[in-house]
Structures are given as structure tokens and as C-alpha cells.
Design a protein around this ligand. Structure first.
Ligand code: ADP
Ligand code: MG
Ligand code: ZN
Length: 438
């Protein structure tokens, strides 16, 4: 029956993944709250939309932005699934029509999208209470649930009111978010008062990515070292029509420029990409890289959003990323084609001190502007600390990432420097320590 609905109502032949299917099955059972953590594009909306279609009554969907809501409502309407949204932007006439349907004995609506502000708004309470007391609500779905967490980077105070809504409605609740650190996941479950939810967390482990960390300051010549890494990563290619390429991330514009220059001088054409370039030049560099005319792009983190190139053979970080979550995302641009790819951080304690200083300064600036401390302030610092310990630990790098995202440790099978050669990792740490104390 699920497959049939998938086809007749949504026009899909199959579930996107086993995980998507499992979530839908769990939701339609209606006996437990459900928590879903799957990457963007994995098809989380369907996890409540399909059960909503099958259920008697109305599914209440909370989503943070009117633009996101409008998108979804339009898509559902085009599929002939009765959906609408009540929000502050809605013309009075339309609002009256919707409320009339909701007030009738058997409303036609299947999905009602609202913003968290609306949940709290006094004008919406009679409608909500009415639906609830007449038993017309089937599910509460909270999309972008990380907005409830002070640890998340998208915290919205209004999301905190959803816990009491959830308690008041007494219907199964479904919380959805994209890949999130374990502390954010825990926060969601707690704040939304989910009662021993069934959790579906997609695995973050990608066995084709080879992680390692190199201490930059103990190298005789860091540029030559990077050059050799790039040569090796690109040289593994022996399929002529799919030339590999790579990204070097660098924190500053000047850093990008000088690295690109050094690499080019050593014999690999590399170009810089950063916000200091004219928009036209930036687009040109990106295009040249996309078309394979330039194999290496040396960029600030502004590069990569929405860039989807399958043959990225390496991602190197010349400076530390500001959190393990961003590192996972940035390094994850490598190896989308599933072939072996290399992810390396060039770690430097000086670099660490500098970035730590900048993060603290920014936190302080925010506090002064606001006039008080907040948990979110600590989040930026904790996130960076997780990044640093990833670099200075003696342990499997894949395991560190997996644990951070609430997965169990995967079997790395030599896809990181520690699992391949723990002694070398220790020796490097010892040399770096010796250097810093002399
Ligand atoms: P998410 O919220 O996880 O980022 P969406 O729910 O927006 O993802 O879905 C992403 C895309 O995947 C949408 O275009 C959606 O139509 C599509 N999609 C979802 N489920 C399936 C499926 N079973 N088969 C094919 N496409 C699907
Ligand atoms: Mg979504
Ligand atoms: Zn490992």
C-alpha cells in the first residue's frame, strides 16, 4: 500500500533509499515518535507527506521560513494533494476560506503548514484548539528541527515553544533535520519532548575518503609537500576522459593568492578564488575548474556551496576549519563518484591559536552587542574544540567524525592515517610537541 501511494500520489516508482522507506513505515505505525537525521536532498519531506496522505485527518507541519513552506505547498498542490499554509503574509480572504474548511465537520485539507511564530500567535489558537479537541489532527511534523537547538547555527527562539505544543496535541510527532552533530540531535529530542523516539540517522561514513592530518610546522617545505600530495591524488587517475581535480581551502584571500602562485610555480596550474575577486573573475575561475581547464582551485570557504562535481579527487585544508561539522561538509566534496579520494588537513598550532582568538573575539562582540551571555556563544568554541581534537588525537579519523554525528564507529579499513600507521601519527605528534617546547 505504501508503494502504491508513492506511485499514485507522488509519482515515484521507488523509495529513495531503504532509510526513507523505513522511516515511512515507522511513521504510519503511529505508535512512536520518530526522529530523522538525513542529508539535504535525501527526501525527508516525503517521510511525513506520504503518511499524511494515508492518515485520517490533518498533518500539522512546522517549518521555519515562508519561502520554504510556499515551495512545498505549491509542489503538493501540483500533485493534487490538499495542502495549504496559514501565515502572516496570507490575504484575509484566503485565510477565511482555509479557516472555514478547518472548522467544518470533515475538512478536506491533508497538510497544514505553519511557521513557529504562528503556533504561538493568539489568533491561531481557537483553530488549533478546535482541531485538536475534535480529534482531527493526525501528525505533528517539525521540519528543520535543528532550529530548536542553541547548539545549532540556525537557532530560532520560537521553536522552543514547540515542546509544549507537542505535549498539548497528544499525537505522534516527527522531527526532521539534515546531518547534525550529536549534541544538536540530543537537544532536539529534549526540547520537543519526544518520548523515546525511534531514531533514523543516516550514516556519515564514506569508505572511499582517505583522511589524514599533517603538522605543517614540522615540514621542511610545506608547499612542496602539498604539491606532492596533489600530484599523487591526481596521478591515480588512469581513465582518460574523467580527469580528476581538487580543492585547497585556505582562510584568507592573501593565503589563496600565494598558495595558487606557489603551486603554479611548482608546476600545477592553480587559481585563487575568494570574495576579493570581481564577480566576473570569480565565475570565470569556477567555470575553468568545472570544465577541467584548471585542475586545482585554491579557495576560501565561500567556494563550494552548490558546486557538484563528481571527480574531485582531493580536498586539502591549508588552515583549520572552524568546526568538525563544516570540515565534514567541505571535505565531503571529494569523491562524490565513489572512487578513492584524499582529504587532508595541514594542521598548525599557531593557526589554531589565531582562529581560536578570532572565534573568541567574535563571541565577545556578539555578547557586548546583546548585553548578556548565551549558550550559543559557547557552541562556536565547543565546535572548534572538536575540530582541534580531531587533529591532535591518536585515533581513527573516521570514527571521530562518525561519533560526532551520533553514529557508531565504522570499520575504517585503513582509510585514515591512524588506522594505516598509528606509530607514524604518534611520531608526528611527538615531533610537533618537541618543536613547540624548545
Ligand atoms: P530534504 O528535505 O531531505 O532535503 P526533499 O524532501 O526536499 O529533501 O527532497 C529532495 C528531492 O528528492 C525532491 O525533489 C523530491 O521530490 C525528491 N524525492 C523524494 N523522495 C523521492 C523518491 N522516493 N524518489 C525520487 N525522488 C524523490
Ligand atoms: Mg527538507
Ligand atoms: Zn581510521
Amino acid at each position: 500500500r505504501l508503494k502504491e501511494t508513492l506511485k499514485t500520489h507522488f509519482g515515484f516508482e521507488n523509495f529513495r533509499s531503504k532509510l526513507q522507506e523505513d522511516v515511512v513505515k515507522a511513521v504510519v505505525k503511529r505508535d512512536r515518535d520518530v526522529f530523522v537525521c538525513m542529508p539535504t536532498g535525501a527526501g525527508k519531506s516525503l517521510c511525513y507527506q506520504l503518511p499524511a496522505v494515508l492518515a485520517q485527518g490533518i498533518t500539522l507541519v512546522v517549518s521555519p521560513l515562508i519561502a520554504l513552506i510556499q515551495d512545498q505547498v505549491d509542489r503538493l498542490k501540483s500533485l493534487n494533494i490538499p495542502a495549504c499554509s496559514i501565515n502572516s503574509k496570507l490575504p484575509v480572504g484566503e485565510r477565511r476560506l482555509i479557516l472555514a474548511d478547518l472548522g467544518s465537520s470533515s475538512p478536506k485539507l491533508k497538510l497544514l503548514y505553519i511557521t513557529p511564530e504562528m503556533v504561538a500567535s493568539p489568533s491561531f489558537q481557537p483553530c488549533l484548539t478546535g482541531l485538536c479537541s475534535r480529534g482531527l489532527l493526525s501528525y505533528l511534523a517539525v521540519d528543520e528541527a535543528h532550529c530548536v537547538s542553541q547548539w545549532g547555527h540556525d537557532f530560532r527562539p520560537d521553536y522552543l515553544k514547540l515542546g509544549s505544543l507537542r505535549a498539548r496535541l497528544g499525537i505522534p510527532c516527527l522531527a526532521l533535520t539534515a546531518t547534525a552533530p550529536k549534541n544538536v540531535q540530543d537537544d532536539i529530542v529534549k526540547s520537543l519532548c519526544l518520548s523515546s523516539p525511534l531514531s533514523f540517522v543516516s550514516p556519515v561514513f564514506r569508505s572511499n575518503l582517505h583522511y589524514d592530518v599533517i603538522f605543517r610546522e614540522i615540514l621542511p617545505n610545506p608547499y612542496v609537500h602539498l604539491y606532492a600530495f596533489i600530484k599523487k591524488a591526481l596521478g591515480q587517475e588512469n581513465r582518460p576522459n574523467s580527469q580528476g581535480c581538487g580543492i585547497v581551502y585556505c582562510r584568507t584571500r592573501e593565503g589563496c593568492e600565494s598558495l595558487a602562485y606557489q603551486l603554479t610555480k611548482l608546476g600545477i596550474l592553480a587559481k585563487a578564488y575568494h570574495a576579493g575577486l570581481k564577480a566576473g573573475d570569480r565565475t570565470e575561475v569556477q567555470n575553468e575548474w568545472m570544465q577541467g581547464k584548471v585542475l586545482v582551485i585554491v579557495a576560501t570557504i565561500s567556494f563550494g556551496m552548490g558546486v557538484d562535481k563528481a571527480t574531485v579527487r582531493f580536498v586539502a585544508h591549508w588552515n583549520l576549519p572552524k568546526s568538525l561539522a563544516s570540515y565534514y561538509q567541505e571535505s565531503g566534496r571529494a569523491g562524490r563518484d565513489g572512487l578513492p579520494s584524499w582529504c587532508r588537513i595541514y594542521y598548525s598550532p599557531k593557526d589554531k591559536e589565531q582562529i581560536s582568538f578570532l572565534i573568541r573575539k567574535e563571541v565577545k562582540r556578539r555578547q557586548e552587542k546583546r548585553g548578556c551571555e548565551k549558550d550559543t556563544d559557547r557552541a562556536a568554541i565547543t565546535d572548534f574544540e572538536a575540530m582541534v581534537s580531531f587533529c591532535v588525537q591518536e585515533g581513527c579519523r573516521h570514527a571521530a567524525i562518525s561519533r560526532f554525528f551520533g553514529n557508531t564507529a565504522p570499520s575504517c579499513a585503513g582509510a585514515c592515517d591512524f588506522c594505516r600507521n598509528p606509530k607514524a601519527v604518534r611520531a608526528q605528534l611527538e615531533r610537533a610537541t618537541a618543536l613547540s617546547t624548545t
